[in-house]
Design a protein around this ligand. Structure first.
Ligand code: SF4
Length: 342
């Protein structure tokens, strides 16, 4: 199929199956990882990393309140390997789902089956960061991670009734011809969501002098994925220097955009530029973005839980309210930072 036909078909399928455009925020739980040897990851450039990169609960919950206020989505809670024990992860998941009124996805490395079975309905799904199209390249890129363990993780997550996501970074040396291999994995493990990023070459990694993949390649991969899987959720990451890719990515079948900081984007020129991309896209689409990138009046230093939510956990809500002042301090500091960067 010609490139232009692929884009047209992918757009039609996405229009038929989806109604919204989402701005997704991955909430980072830590800037720490036990492994630190994935070849593209900035963590691999940090030689020793004591567990000081862990965020406080107050800071995580403050960010969740802000994401809710502006009607973005929490893409997932993300951390490197070994950052938190399972009890802490459960507490954070319950807290964030109580705040947003929505179940949460995790991207915190492989969790054991016994650990996963400790969650309730507040956990929506888990993510296997397989990073690329084939096992061979994955194992070269991430020597301490284990492909078979990733696949098993997807398998028992399915058995336990959780949704499954994967993350892929384009531009790490994958071959386009191997895309079929990725599609087979999506089929075999009934993957519900794929998050695509494009390479951001970090200083000190082997990709330092590489260039990000061309935009048309990015669009091609997204459109082929959409055509192959009309109902799967596709999230696409962009960097702040590639905002003009937002419209084309939505056209090619993306459901949502991720990978930018709220402090840098909200209300700033970058946020306005992203809004204008989305508005222009809405002129040709029936999908709608219901949140905001620019409305400063939505940012309030308030702690409010959704009125009716099946994910309300009274015990966690009380725990959050006990830390109310500390959380409000964090919200205040985020809002000040957002305003100062305008
Ligand atoms: S597991 Fe994740 S955080 Fe750790 S080195 Fe690999 S990519 Fe980086």
């Amino acid at each position: 199929m010609q490139f232009s036909e692929k884009i047209t078909k992918a757009f039609e399928l996405t229009e038929r199956n989806f109604e919204s455009i989402n701005i997704e925020r991955a909430i980072f739980l830590s800037y720490y990882c036990d492994l630190r040897d994935c070849k593209f990851c900035y963590m691999s450039t940090i030689k020793s990393s004591p567990k000081k990169g862990l965020r406080s609960f107050e800071s995580i919950f403050a960010e969740a309140f802000l994401v809710k206020m502006v009607n973005w989505k929490v893409e997932f809670l993300s951390s490197g390997y070994g950052a938190y024990n399972i009890e802490k992860i459960i507490e954070i998941v319950k807290g964030v789902s109580s705040i947003t009124g929505e179940p949460v996805w995790l991207n915190t490395g492989i969790l054991e089956k016994e650990e996963l079975s400790l969650f309730g309905s507040e956990l929506k799904g888990v993510t296997a960061s397989i990073e690329t199209f084939t096992e061979k390249l994955f194992q070269e890129l991430c020597p301490s991670k284990n492909w078979d363990a990733m696949m098993e993780f997807l398998e028992y997550s399915k058995e336990l009734g959780y949704k499954r996501g994967i993350t892929i970074v384009l531009g790490l040396g994958e071959k386009k011809d191997d895309l079929d291999n990725l599609f087979q994995i999506i089929k075999d493990y009934k993957v519900d969501r794929v998050t695509f990023y494009s390479l951001n070459p970090h200083k000190g990694t082997i990709f330092e002098n590489s260039i990000p993949p061309p935009s048309l390649y990015y669009l091609d991969v997204i459109s082929e994925t959409r055509i192959m899987f009309p109902k799967i959720e596709i999230i696409t990451g962009i960097w702040s220097d590639r905002i003009n890719l937002v419209g084309p990515l939505l056209l090619a079948g993306s459901n949502g955009i991720t990978k930018f900081s709220m402090q840098k984007f909200y209300g700033s020129k970058l946020g306005k530029s992203l809004s204008s991309e989305i508005k222009e896209f809405e002129n040709i689409s029936k999908r709608r973005f219901k949140g905001s990138m620019t409305d400063m009046s939505l940012l309030k230093n308030e702690i409010e839980f959704p009125e009716k939510s099946e994910y309300t956990n009274k015990f966690i809500e009380e725990e959050i309210l006990k830390k109310k002042e500390l959380i409000k301090e964090r919200i205040d500091s985020y809002i000040t930072e957002i305003k100062s960067l305008k």
